[in-house]
Write a protein that binds this ligand. Structure first.
Ligand code: NAI
Ligand SMILES: O=C(O)C1=N[C@H](C(=O)O)C[C@H](O)C1
Length: 242
């Protein structure tokens, strides 16, 4: 498979390593604007791990050129619906995920299950904490937002999430974001009462898990004959059903 890398930073380089191990070819390593459209058009699939300001243009350029696109860039989701409209109009193929790692996608399910279990125990207050490296541009992390949405979906005591955490009122789920050198990505959800605490936590040790998930999603999307907007749930469903 010929892959265009839109974003060739920490994640772009890790994806390159995993893609080459899986016998794919990299036809474009894009680190700035303007996009090299000739090279992009050669690709079977584009993988965007860039910056919040560039993601929308990168992704919609792929739709216009008929190149399926995987995006892991976070911090641009105010434009997600608009990107999906363009994808539909251009018959594009698209997957966005705030986190492509298998472990985190399992953790999303665990989070939803725990949220459902705890929904009627209002003595427990929830705190969501994410920790990332100091170079990260956005806060809270995309993964923390997905986790918060997973809890709000199941627990009527919360109607929205709030960052920074100290500004949250009683009906807002507080998200705390910490920045510590070289941390790849840690997410913890704590249910605390005066009697006890219940916590679940995911810790990424390397970026390989994110990159492998993105390459597997790209392989899946490239083979998909039907155009449309898909998710990591679709990819993992097909993967585990094999
Ligand atoms: N969904 C997931 O599983 C994961 C998502 N991420 C997200 O991926 C993004 C990238 O993360 P890192 O690689 O750690 O950041 P990074 O800062 O190391 O790399 C970003 C790269 O994008 C480049 N860039 C700037 N403008 C561009 C443009 N117009 N087109 C293409 N590239 C451009 C920069 O030169 C830089 O090399 C972030 O939004 C991060 O939150 C990171 C890890 C996992
Ligand atoms: O910027 C990162 O590094 C990461 N970003 C993603 C996010 O914002 O959730 C995923 C992962 O936690 C690493």
């Amino acid at each position: 498979m010929k892959i265009a890398l839109l974003g060739y930073g920490k994640m772009g380089k890790t994806i390159e390593k995993i893609a080459l191990e899986r016998q794919h070819e990299i036809v474009l390593k894009q680190s700035s604007t303007p996009i090299d459209k000739d090279a992009l058009q050669e690709a079977d699939v584009a993988i965007d791990f860039s910056i919040p300001e560039a993601a929308f243009t990168n992704i919609t350029t792929c739709f216009q050129l008929g190149v399926p696109v995987i995006s892991g860039t976070t911090g641009w989701l105010d434009q997600y619906e608009k990107a999906c409209e363009i994808a539909q109009k251009e018959n594009g193929k698209f997957i966005y995920a705030s986190n492509f790692s298998l472990g985190v996608n399992l953790f999303f399910q665990l989070n939803a299950h725990l949220a459902e279990l705890m929904a009627n125990f209002s003595d427990y207050k929830i705190n969501l904490e994410e920790i990332h490296h100091t170079e990260k541009k956005d806060a809270p992390s995309g993964t923390a937002i997905t986790l918060a949405e997973g809890i709000i979906d199941k627990n009527e005591n919360y109607s929205a999430w709030k960052y920074p955490a100290n500004k949250a009122n009683n009906s807002e789920l507080p998200i705390e974001a910490k920045r510590i050198e070289d941390v790849k990505g840690t997410h913890k959800i704590a249910y605390s009462s005066t009697i006890d605490d219940i916590e679940i936590k995911h810790t990424a040790h390397t970026r390989d898990g994110f990159a492998l998930g993105a390459v597997i999603a790209a392989e899946w999307l490239q083979k998909k004959t039907k155009t449309g907007i898909y998710s990591m749930k679709d990819v993992l469903h097909a993967f585990t059903a094999q």
